[in-house]
Design a protein around this ligand. Structure first.
Ligand code: GLN
Ligand code: ZN
Length: 774
């Protein structure tokens, strides 16, 4: 039995990689210094895994920005606009230019597109393919890193994304072909890589084909068969592990079982039934081994050894120990690095800490499981086994986790709880009477610029350099100035600016029971950007109002309406580490009830318009289409529970951004928010077509300018977009607002842009009046 790791976090335990990259971009360190930091991280990771007892240690899992971009360079998939740069720049500068765009010495090229890696919060750089795409071995990173580890005395298992998934991850940049048609041209470069690795005496290699967890076409499935047969023909001696993760193989299973590979890696956390399916199918060839992904690579919970050992035993009984590898479910880049660095006992109490395992601890779990399963360590004498049992027992029964009041409340939810008193048509009339807003009402999405100054107040407050009173006074001053600016600009529905918030999920998590936070639990999101998701460990409830103080304060300053601002239950769930001891839907419902109470409290405090943001609703969609309905049912219901406690004349808004809405438009309508604001301007309102074709019944604010750019759009541009919008949506349903929150922008450009936006709304009103009088 061997232990197998699929990938190790490359950010460094103290985010060394982030710091080095950002210093390099700022011109503070040299390329050599940056490269040296990379080498140090790789060495530490390899040595740590070797010392822990991992047999198959990954290499080429390191990346300065993204592993898909690494592979694009490896395969010479460099879009035309960078080819000039490629001649004059160093390899690393070309690489960063592709990742981030580059403006220097008269060159100005935009970055490549970035998108989410399956259902994770990791973002990869999307390969761009042309019809006559050529492939050639351009970077030898994978071979270099294999040799680098060899020089340290560590024989690694190079990992790379398989050719089918690589093509499917990309996009066609011109019409007239499907990227999967490029497979025959692409494969020879993979052969070249394998040949070079074989020349270096590679024994194991891992090909990731995560698309095997998705619904594939016949053509795509045939490409899988073709690729792995061709590879096996040429390199029969290399032990190839074909890795799939994040879901079952589904209808791809029989294709996979017929492949001439050495080992299949299974994600037994996301798809428990897979092992039984394979063993019972009788189709597993007698020379194929299984890598059992029993340790959760996507979450922070300690493994349950008893449970994992039962699974391993089932497999060894059927296949024998020689054909079994023990592994995490997927690459550990989705886990924080090291639990030992969590020393803040006040927030992450010892009781909770004992339930957790980060990447380093997960590799230890994998190794221990091997020793237990092969009887090299007797479980009955093992302190580590006992510790694990005690921790898991404690978690099951801890009073920190279980709150009967919450459970009872969830159990007694009735049908009416997810419904407003009356349908939208009736609510709308009441809202028009009470709110008295003009046509094309203007608003923003919530946050105003989070300047370095605002952030420094929070840092000082946390360190105790400012007391509560001083901190509150500063936030009050900033809020008041923002209210005055909005009044002067003539915005119709104001916001308080969210200056008191660090992050739209953390802010709520900090005030809800059942949540805790790590000090150093960073996970790479994209490039040098890392996130530190909150940990939901127990039943969620809201001991006190969370936003009423600031919303009421802002409302007290002005006769105009100030919108209350909340993060929705699905987004809070989606952007946290979630409990694995109950279904996600259950946790989501608990959060929904907490948000519902907040909505009602805001209403009671005189807030008539309340926005519940759900930017993450789309990204929670399961990978397989057949699982969508179940998810959408509970997710939409959770939103409705959170929004339905208020009277008809209280207006509920929601906000979504940066997602594809077309295929879930019915579900978005089912959320029944009175107003939805969505990001649209980058696609020049194309997104609105979905809402128009569908006949979206409620009000819509399509974003009229892109907040990700410092560029100030003119009122004329925005009028043009609004005209496009009013061609497909009745004018009395339209709102005018930016794409998303303004927290990453500077005041200067924000002010100018909003003045233009209000002018655009006014022009639209005049135009409509003129039509009416004609
Ligand atoms: N209300 C939030 C803000 O304006 C919404 C952010 C988001 O959509 N991600 O910052
Ligand atoms: Zn947004």
């Amino acid at each position: 039995m061997l232990t197998n790791n699929l990938g190790y976090p490359r950010i460094g335990s103290n985010r060394e990689l982030k710091k080095a990259c950002e210093s390099y971009w700022a011109g503070k360190i040299s390329a050599d210094e940056l490269l040296a930091t990379g080498a140090t991280i790789r060495k530490q990771n390899w040595q740590l895994q070797a010392e822990t007892g991992i047999d198959l240690i990954p290499s080429n899992d390191f990346s300065f920005y993204d592993q898909v971009l690494d592979l694009s360079l490896t395969l010479g998939v460099i879009p035309k606009r960078y080819q000039e740069l490629a001649k004059t720049n160093s390899a690393i500068d070309l690489y960063f230019a592709m990742a981030r765009g580059s403006q220097k010495e008269g060159q100005d090229v935009v970055a490549m597109e970035m998108t989410k890696w399956f259902d994770t919060n990791y973002h990869y750089i999307v390969p761009e393919f042309t019809k006559d795409q050529e492939f050639k071995l351009f970077s030898e990173k994978i071979i270099d890193e294999f040799k680098e580890a060899n020089a340290l005395g560590i024989a690694t298992k190079p990992v790379l994304i398989g050719p089918v998934s690589y093509l499917l991850l990309g996009k066609e940049k011109e019409a007239g072909f499907h990227r999967i048609d490029l497979i025959e041209k692409l494969l020879p470069v993979y052969f070249e890589i394998l040949q070079k690795l074989e020349n270096e005496n590679v024994e194991w290699i891992q090909f990731d084909e995560p698309f095997l967890a998705l619904n594939l076409t016949d053509k795509e499935r045939n490409a899988i068969t073709y690729v792995y047969n061709e590879i096996n023909k040429r390199f029969p001696k290399i032990k190839l592990i074909l890795a799939n993760y994040f879901d079952c193989f589904g209808e791809n299973l029989s294709t996979v079982l017929a492949l001439p590979v050495h080992t299949l890696h299974l994600d037994l956390v996301r798809c428990q039934s897979q092992l039984d399916d394979i063993l019972e199918s009788g189709q597993l060839s007698s020379n194929v081994s299984l890598s059992l992904g029993v340790v959760d690579g996507r979450n922070i919970w300690k493994n349950d050894f008893k449970n994992s050992l039962a699974i391993i035993k089932k497999a060894t009984d059927a296949l024998g120990e020689d054909r079994i590898l023990i592994a995490p479910s997927c690459s550990l880049i989705h886990s924080p690095c090291d639990l030992e660095l969590e020393t803040n006992n006040a927030t992450l109490t010892p009781e909770i800490k004992q339930w957790l395992a980060f990447a380093k601890q997960k590799t230890e779990e994998v190794v221990l499981l091997k020793y237990f399963a092969s009887n090299e360590i007797d479980v009955s004498n093992s302190i580590r086994f006992q510790e694990n049992t005690v921790a898991n027992e404690n978690r099951k029964t801890s009073t920190l986790i279980h709150n009967d009041a919450v459970k009872n409340r969830v159990a007694s939810i009735t049908t009416g709880d997810d419904q407003r008193e009356n349908p939208f048509s009736i609510r709308r009339k009441k809202q028009i009477d009470v709110l008295d807003l003009p046509l094309f009402p203007t608003t923003t999405i919530g946050s105003f610029p989070q300047t370095t100054e605002v952030r420094s107040w929070r840092a000082k407050f946390k360190k105790g350099e400012l007391n509560q009173q001083q901190y509150d006074d500063l936030i009050k001053k900033e809020t008041e100035e923002t209210i005055r600016f909005q009044e002067e600009t003539g915005i119709d529905v104001l916001v308080h600016g969210e200056f008191e918030r660090n992050d739209m999920v953390e802010y709520f998590g900090e005030q809800l029971d059942g949540f805790t936070f790590t000090k150093n639990g960073w996970v790479q999101s994209y490039g040098s950007r890392c996130v530190k998701p909150p940990v939901i460990y127990g039943d969620v409830s809201r001991p006190n109002p969370m936003t009423v103080k600031w919303s009421s304060f802002a409302q007290s300053l002005t006769p105009k309406w100030v919108k209350g601002m909340l993060t929705g239950p699905v987004t809070i769930l989606q952007w946290s580490f979630v409990r694995n001891d109950q279904p996600r839907s259950e946790t989501c419902t608990q959060i929904a009830l907490a948000i519902r109470d907040e909505v009602v409290d805001l209403e009671n405090a005189g807030i008539k318009i309340i926005q519940i943001d759900e930017p993450a609703i789309r990204e929670g969609l399961p990978l397989r289409k057949e699982d969508w309905t179940t998810y959408l049912d509970w997710a939409v219901k959770a939103f409705r529970i959170s929004a339905s406690g208020v009277k008809d004349d209280t207006q509920i808004h929601t906000h979504m951004c940066y997602s594809e809405f077309n295929d879930i438009i019915q579900n978005i309508a089912d959320m029944d928010a009175d107003v939805i604001t969505i990001e649209c301007s980058r696609s020049q309102m194309e997104l609105l077509d979905a809402f128009a074709d569908f006949n979206y019944p409620n009000e819509i604010g399509p974003g009229v300018y892109d907040i990700h750019s410092p560029r100030v759009p003119s009122s004329t541009e925005m009028v043009r977009l609004l005209e496009k919008a009013s061609a497909v949506i009745p004018v009395d349903q339209l709102w005018v607002n930016p794409d998303c929150g303004l927290k990453t922008r500077h005041w200067d450009e924000t002010k100018k842009a909003l003045i233009e936006m209000v002018a655009a709304a006014q022009q639209m009103r005049i135009a409509v009046e003129n039509i009416a009088t004609v």
